[in-house]
Design a protein around this ligand. Structure first.
Ligand SMILES: [Zn+2]
Ligand SMILES: [Zn+2]
Length: 335
């Protein structure tokens, strides 16, 4: 099959992601074989391709926002049928037995494995997924609209919950790409006032079109103090900026898997008055199921820009350069 491979991590402009031929994967006993129809392009794919994340599997095929159909399964799988539509997301496997898993925090499982990092993902004609980690997808959402929900959407949703936004609260979103624009829709459907702080003029316009109360540059202060904020931009310099924008008792959640260094914080203006700074690590399957149900209920829609699967490298370069707003989705044009 045709697939993309991170042959040697480095700048995507110099060809670190390359088209290769790989055998169609053989699903393990508890796994599904999935024929890929669409795969979202996540910033984490860029971090994998460029080596910001250490290599876990040499030559890995990135992609963890996969919408496809079941094309086969291992002997121990039951409950899935050939041709059934499924979603494959970032969290691929946990041990199910450690203390974190036992207390419902499987996102922290030290033995966890990730799609498109530890195992080959969806920048290919076929991929595999443990059946217990495959998502059943709501009807009424087409493949392309569904794909960005599977990471950008789920992570944005976990970040929203980690940001501890009170009912009807004031939420600031720093950065407004694939994850933030989905998170904003859930927050607004639940009654929040959303302020977007991002550098791109087109992204600010998208925010206003979706119903944000204001949209300003990331370095500016929002028009009112925030109860909660989420940092989606992978820019550590924005941590103190966002903390200063919080009201007393406010919470800042950092959503990225990778962040440039956070500068020294000024205690009185940035942390005192019980402001909280939290990170967000991956997600649990429960987050995913909750979010997909909410997305269907509130008609959460990704603003998507499609690329043929055969031009995945271009999609990653455009993501890095900020050439589109919303979410890029690869559509399988090779099989
Ligand atoms: Zn992702
Ligand atoms: Zn565990």
């Amino acid at each position: 099959m045709r697939a993309w491979s991170v042959v040697e991590p480095g700048p995507v402009e110099s060809g670190s992601l390359r088209p290769v031929e790989k055998p169609v994967p053989v699903p393990g006993d508890d796994e599904l074989l999935v024929r890929v129809r669409a795969c979202g392009v996540c910033r984490t794919d860029l971090h994998v391709a460029e080596g910001d994340l250490e290599v876990h599997r040499p030559g890995v095929t990135p992609g963890h926002e996969v919408v496809g159909v079941v094309a086969g399964f291992g002997a121990a799988v039951s409950g899935f049928g050939i041709g059934e539509r499924v979603g494959v997301a970032w969290l691929r496997r946990t041990d199910g037995s450690c203390g974190y898993c036992a207390r419902g925090a499987e996102n922290l499982c030290p033995a966890s494995a990730y799609t498109g990092w530890d195992a080959d993902g969806g920048y290919a004609e076929y991929t595999t997924v443990p059946a217990a980690f495959a998502y059943r997808l709501p009807d009424g959402l087409d493949d392309v609209s569904c794909a960005p929900l599977l990471c950008a959407g789920i992570i944005g949703y976990r970040a929203l919950r980690r940001a501890a936004l009170p009912p009807g609260g004031r939420l600031g979103l720093y950065g407004f790409g694939g994850s933030a624009h989905l998170c904003a829709q859930v927050a607004m459907a639940e009654g929040a006032t959303v302020h977007v702080l991002t550098r791109g003029a087109a992204a600010r316009q998208l925010a206003l079109d979706l119903g944000a109360a204001s949209a300003r540059d990331a370095q500016e202060m929002p028009p009112e103090p925030l109860d909660s904020a989420i940092l989606f931009a992978p820019v550590g310099e924005l941590v103190p900026v966002a903390l200063r924008a919080l009201d007393r008792g406010g919470t800042l959640a950092v959503a990225g898997i990778h962040l440039s260094d956070v500068p020294a914080l000024h205690y009185e203006t940035e942390l005192f008055y019980e402001k909280q700074l939290r990170s967000v690590t991956s997600n649990t399957r429960a987050d995913g199921r909750e979010f997909l149900a909410l997305a269907a209920e509130h008609s959460v829609r990704a603003t998507t820009h499609t690329y043929p699967l055969s031009r995945a490298d271009e999609a990653l370069r455009d993501l890095k350069a900020g050439r589109f707003d919303g979410a890029a989705v690869l559509v399988n044009d090779v099989s």
